[in-house]
Design a protein around this ligand. Structure first.
Ligand SMILES: [Ca+2]
Length: 391
């Protein structure tokens, strides 16, 4: 009997180990996927919608065909359907605009048409340094001026830390009305290990209600030592996120160090490994962690070595550019390209680098309602570009 129990235990252990071996990804995800520079498909055009924006970071399309756009130094502007920029919207939060910090993402409340609510993420200074915060306000028009009224902070990344790097911070509303916020680990050897702990918001995705309260079904709410906003952990600096059009799950791209940028499917309570498991290394060389993720840690769906610095993420689900239907797009900052990942189900089968001859850093990509793609270029004189199909 004892032997039998022991054998059963061994069999179970062997089964788990076997599953782990399959999950441990002996080959880096993405390594065997063909990658090519590519031209835009025939008839597809790229045009400038607006320009003269100082390091634009976030873009939210408005129901009237216009948009809201953030500039990292701390300005929010309204873009008219014809591409005119409003004066800065008044009443936006004061930001810590040093390094990678400043005014970052912008998203509309799912019921914006009725309530006018807008959410902004930004680097907020405070005791101990700074961190990512999210403010909610109401977009109000007074003649040709706009204001962010009744501003209220609904989330603050804790703890604050003195760094000008790795703020995250994309904002995505899920289909159930919960808000995801992606958060960086602040790029310090001191805070890097925090990405593995549940007692800080460093290197996490958090999930909150639209008023900033914590959803009761968050994965760590019963753990007294955990911050209850946490949805997933082990992230480095996630700067692109979007909902998968079929599953409604959150996908994100995050910056690796030197090498090891990642595309991840983000699920409740899962650990994405940083800094214990990474395909990247220290800048200038030097090992950080192991490459393959063991059981209990989620390997990326796809990864980039060398790094491209992905920022912004969009799913393309339109026949306006038929060959792109079903693709995933991300902007590349250091990679200076628009990246298209051709998918077969949830598997990346081909990578294309588009617009490489422009030589621009692409900060963001947003899918429009009629099969167009909006891009933000990251520069002192940044632009909003629009890619349209030929039909
Ligand atoms: Ca990872």
């Amino acid at each position: 009997m004892k032997l039998r129990v022991c054998c059963m235990a061994w069999c179970v252990a062997a089964l788990i180990a076997g599953a782990g071996a399959a999950q441990a990804q002996p080959v880096r995800p993405g390594k065997d996927v063909p990658m090519a520079r590519a031209a835009l498909p025939a008839g597809v055009t790229v045009s400038t919608w607006a320009e003269g924006l100082e390091h634009p970071w976030g873009l939210a399309l408005l129901p009237n065909g216009g948009a809201l756009v953030t500039e990292r130094p701390g300005r929010l502007r309204v873009v008219s359907p014809s591409g005119e920029l409003s004066p800065p919207v008044s009443g936006t939060p004061k930001v810590d605009a040093r390094g990678q910090g400043g005014l970052l993402d912008v998203v509309l409340h799912p019921d914006f048409a009725r309530n006018g609510l807008v959410y902004l993420s930004y680097a907020e200074a405070g005791e101990g340094g700074n961190s990512t915060a999210v403010a909610r306000g109401k977009l109000v028009q007074d003649g040709d001026r706009w204001r962010f009224a009744d501003s209220r902070v609904v989330f603050r990344q804790a703890p604050k830390f003195a760094s000008t790097l790795h703020f995250g911070s994309r904002l995505v509303f899920a289909r159930d009305g919960k808000l995801f916020v992606t958060l960086g680990e602040r790029s310090s050897r001191r805070t890097r290990p925090d990405a593995q702990g549940l007692d800080t918001h460093h290197g996490k995705v958090v999930r909150i209600n639209d008023d900033g309260s914590v959803p009761s079904d968050n994965p760590f709410t019963s753990d007294k030592k955990a911050l209850p906003e946490i949805w997933s952990l082990g992230h480095r600096n996630p700067q692109g996120a979007a909902l998968h059009p079929r599953t409604g799950e959150l996908w994100l791209v995050e910056h690796g160090p030197q090498g090891g940028d990642e595309l991840n499917v983000v699920r409740a309570g899962k650990n994405y490994g940083w800094p214990r498991y990474t395909y990247g290394e220290e800048y200038g060389g030097g090992k950080i962690g192991e490459e393959a993720s063991p059981p209990g840690f989620e390997p990326p769906l796809y990864s980039w070595v060398p790094s491209v610095s992905p920022s912004g993420l969009a799913f393309y689900t339109s026949q306006a550019i038929p060959g792109w239907n079903g693709s995933v797009f991300t902007g590349a900052l250091s990679g200076q390209a628009l990246i298209r990942l051709q998918m077969d189900g949830q598997k990346v089968v081909r990578e294309e680098r588009l617009l490489t001859d422009m030589g621009r850093r692409i900060r963001h990509v947003v899918a429009g309602p009629s099969g167009e793609l909006y891009l933000l270029t990251d520069a002192g004189q940044g632009q909003i570009l629009v890619i349209r199909g030929g039909r």
